[in-house]
Design a protein. Structure first.
Length: 457
């Protein structure tokens, strides 16, 4: 692991710790912490470089990874996540996640035990997810009610955009997401009775993509383990927050792009799925179009693919679709306990920022990122860092950004660590054995040296 990757993981840890404590409370100092995280992200983004032909960066050793996992374990023990579980049940979840983080870190220290690290992390996370789903069988949040009933409606061939939700404690007349959020979560309801099982599987699949993106090298395995053991991750699953439907598409996209060749064209498919799941993924499109290794044509192909995926619901009930996915999102009231700049201004001064002001800020940041990417080539890790930075700024000016949106920013940072690990030789692997020296008759000249084989990635 390089020093840059270590800094990225520390920024990720700070972000997830702040986000965990933010549910469900507004504190001005949490917003201040987010601003510091944003400044660190901007610094990481503007200093990113192209990974082709770059000199190897200095390594910090495996103990750095174990140290970050130790921080995560400590965070689980000291910082209680939001939950409807009774205190004893919640402590069990926290202990399982903390113990899994410590054991995973210990396994990553050894070259022979590293292969067991991610299975241990996944097993620990799966145990924690099972505890929150079974311990809170009917969470008091509208998104869970909506996803459950949307899954039932899909089986009956009904559109979620024409439905009304029975028993929802919040929204009752809108499906505020794009349709593939329902499509990707419905199997959890159909097969196991609860959409949250599908969300847990999506997080696990994203973790596997993360490890594969980094060619299963130690930093990538650590990033994948951190994704499933993240502070607050149990709340994400318990509350049925839907960002895993986006992340799994972006993680598969990154994996295919990293493989290059025809894989970059196949990457259009998971990106289209992510675009068809939640609206804010569209903010990343200018960055992907600007990056020459993906480009305008592939980005346009992903947009076209997303349009095809969404078309059955849009054409079936266009007025209802636009009401739910556009008008409802614009008209939702601010969450006064969301820790964003928008709510900080509202809570501290009583001033509600006009929508055009928010739009101008987002466009300005996005334009600056596009210009920076155009002028300074970066690798996939740098691009993912830019994506995380832009989404972080979008969250800060949002009137409703919550733990789940910041969790997605952190997940992109973990993907960037894995992407960086995947383009350099695995220094922790044992060197190949030297071939046996052949006997050469005296006076016979030696042949030319064999060309060195290029490093993987």
């Amino acid at each position: 692991m390089t020093r840059r990757e270590l800094v990225t993981l520390l920024v990720w840890w700070a972000l997830t710790a702040l986000a965990t404590h933010s549910v469900v409370r507004y504190r001005w100092w949490i917003v201040a912490g987010y601003l510091l995280v944003t400044a660190a992200l901007v610094a990481l983004a503007v200093t990113a470089r192209d990974d082709r032909g770059a000199a190897p960066a200095a390594s910090t050793g495996r103990r750095a990874v174990t140290g970050v996992l130790g921080l995560v374990a400590l965070t689980h023990l000291l910082l209680a996540p939001f939950s409807y579980l009774p205190p004893g049940g919640l402590w069990t979840v926290r202990a399982v996640l903390a113990g899994s983080a410590l054991l995973t870190g210990a396994l990553l220290l050894g070259a022979r035990t590293r292969a067991a690290a991610l299975p241990v992390a996944l097993a620990g996370a799966a145990g924690a997810w099972a505890l929150v789903v079974t311990g809170d069988p009917a969470p008091r949040i509208d998104v869970w009610v909506i996803l459950q009933q949307a899954a039932d409606g899909l089986l009956r061939g009904e559109s979620m955009y024409t439905a009304e939700w029975v028993g929802s404690p919040g929204i009752t007349d809108a499906f505020a997401y794009l349709p593939w959020t329902a499509v990707l979560t419905a199997p959890g309801r159909w097969l196991a009775g609860d959409v949250r099982w599908a969300l847990a599987v999506l997080v696990a699949v994203a973790a596997l993509c993360t490890a594969a993106l980094g060619r299963w090298r130690a930093p990538a395995v650590a990033a994948a383990a951190l994704l499933v053991l993240a502070p607050g991750g149990s709340t994400l699953v318990e509350q049925a927050w839907t960002e895993p439907t986006v992340l799994v598409g972006l993680a598969a996209w990154a994996l295919l792009v990293a493989r290059g060749g025809t894989g970059a064209w196949w990457a259009v498919v998971p990106l289209a799925v992510a675009l068809a799941a939640k609206q804010h993924v569209v903010v990343l499109l200018p960055l992907l179009a600007t990056w020459p290794r993906f480009g305008v044509r592939r980005t346009a192909g992903a947009v076209g693919g997303a349009a095809l995926l969404v078309a059955p619901w849009l054409l079936g009930a266009p007025r209802d679709f636009l009401h739910d996915t556009v008008r409802t999102m614009l008209e939702l009231p601010p969450l006064r306990f969301a820790d964003t700049l928008y709510t900080a201004v509202l809570n501290e001064t009583g001033v509600r920022l006009p929508l055009p002001v928010v739009g101008v800020l987002v466009v300005a940041v996005l334009a600056a990122a596009v210009v920076a990417l155009h002028r300074r080539p970066v690798g996939l890790a740098g691009l993912l860092t830019w994506c995380a930075t832009v989404l972080m700024v979008v969250n800060l000016v949002n009137k409703q950004a919550f733990y789940n949106q910041f969790w997605l920013v952190g997940a992109l940072l973990l993907l960037s660590v894995a992407a960086a690990a995947g383009v350099r030789p695995d220094v922790s692997a044992p060197p190949p054995a030297s071939p046996a020296r052949r006997h050469r008759p005296a006076g016979r000249p030696a042949g030319p040296p064999a060309p060195s084989s290029p490093s993987a990635g």
